[in-house]
Design a protein around this ligand. Structure first.
Ligand code: ADP
Ligand code: X2W
Length: 290
């Protein structure tokens, strides 16, 4: 008898293991930064969105902040506009901004909305312009002008909270306005962190295209499962953290030092990494602590 239902019993036990976590996190806001690097495969994308639908249906309140750097690169290539990054930020002239906004707030944002709606989770796509949600000022790294790139100065959470209260999952693209209502391109890790802080999220998860923070980025067995402020400093000094991992880890530290309780960098390519992290004892990826 027991043997006959072995598979079903195993499945039921998974649900029982998850119960404690569901009760613990009920009503909690989870901000998910879905990076463009982990968006390139349609099957994986659907699986990530199903996980988010599960979070929603068991009582958590997910907010998705998405990137799309790779899609912007592709579109810029198509229209033959050259693009470069300085300190992890895209140099953004007027034409680049137009393409970035078109790709982020159009194709990617509405694509994610459509996928979530298709699996029965009501979602609303917004950019930082909507409801004047994200205010920025022009960023000048080391005094250098890199165009229409914004540093966030204020997040108005009214619209996000209204949507969450009404049962919608907000999906946010990373274009904001300055005080004169000019549009700016913003790094998606910065937006996810600013929103997580503003809504007092209990979790902030960065879904990317690598296992987590690695001592040697080409060797997954060198995964660092926990990082705190002290060890992060050493990692930055040692030069192990490069490229897109620099703004990501800096943002993780900013979040944990500003009341976001749990911050993780997870591999968006690993099927169900979100559910494994939130609903099981087994941690995946890198957890960042104060
Ligand atoms: N020490 C490190 N551990 C892991 N990844 C690293 C490290 N240093 C640099 N990286 C790079 O950071 C990348 C993730 O950042 P990014 O490409 O900006 O992703 P996303 O689009 O998700 O924001 C990885 O693919 C990897 O190439
Ligand atoms: C200013 C700046 O660099 N903006 C980013 C916005 C998208 C982003 O951050 O996407 P990922 O998370 O996929 O890297 C860009 O133009 O690529």
């Amino acid at each position: 008898m027991q043997q006959e239902f072995k598979k079903e019993i195993d499945k039921a036990e998974i649900l029982v293991e998850a119960l404690g976590y569901m009760q613990k996190y009920e009503g909690d806001i989870v901000v998910i930064k879905y990076g463009g690097s982990a968006m390139t495969n349609e099957i994986i994308k659907k699986s990530v969105l199903k996980d988010i639908a599960v979070l929603k249906s068991v009582g958590l309140k997910p907010i998705i902040v998405h990137g799309g750097g790779k899609d912007i690169n592709r579109m810029l290539d198509r229209v033959q506009i050259k693009s470069e990054f300085k300190n992890g930020l895209r140099v953004t002239d007027k034409d680049t901004l137009e393409i970035a906004e078109m790709v982020l707030s159009g194709k990617i944002n509405k694509g994610l909305v459509t996928h979530l709606e298709q699996i029965g989770t009501h979602a609303v796509g917004l950019s930082g312009k909507d409801g004047n949600m994200i205010t920025v000022e022009k960023v000048m790294p080391q005094g250098e002008d890199i165009g229409f790139v914004g540093k966030i100065t204020y997040v108005d959470t009214t619209l996000i909270n209204t949507l969450l209260d009404q049962g919608y999952t907000p999906i946010i693209s990373t274009i904001g306005l300055d005080e004169k209502y000019h549009a700016y391109n913003i790094n998606a890790d910065d937006v996810a962190t600013a929103i997580a802080r503003a809504v007092k999220a209990s979790k902030l998860v960065f879904l990317t295209d690598i296992e987590g923070v690695l001592e040697n980025p080409s060797d997954p067995s060198t995964l660092i499962s926990k990082i705190d402020t002290e060890s992060a400093k050493e990692l930055f000094e040692s030069g192990i953290i490069t490229g897109g991992m620099i703004p990501k880890l800096k943002n993780c530290l900013d979040a944990v030092q500003n009341d976001v309780k749990r911050v993780h960098i997870l591999d968006g390519r690993l099927e169900h990494s979100l559910l494994i992290e939130i609903f099981t004892k087994k941690g995946v990826g890198t957890m960042i602590k104060r």
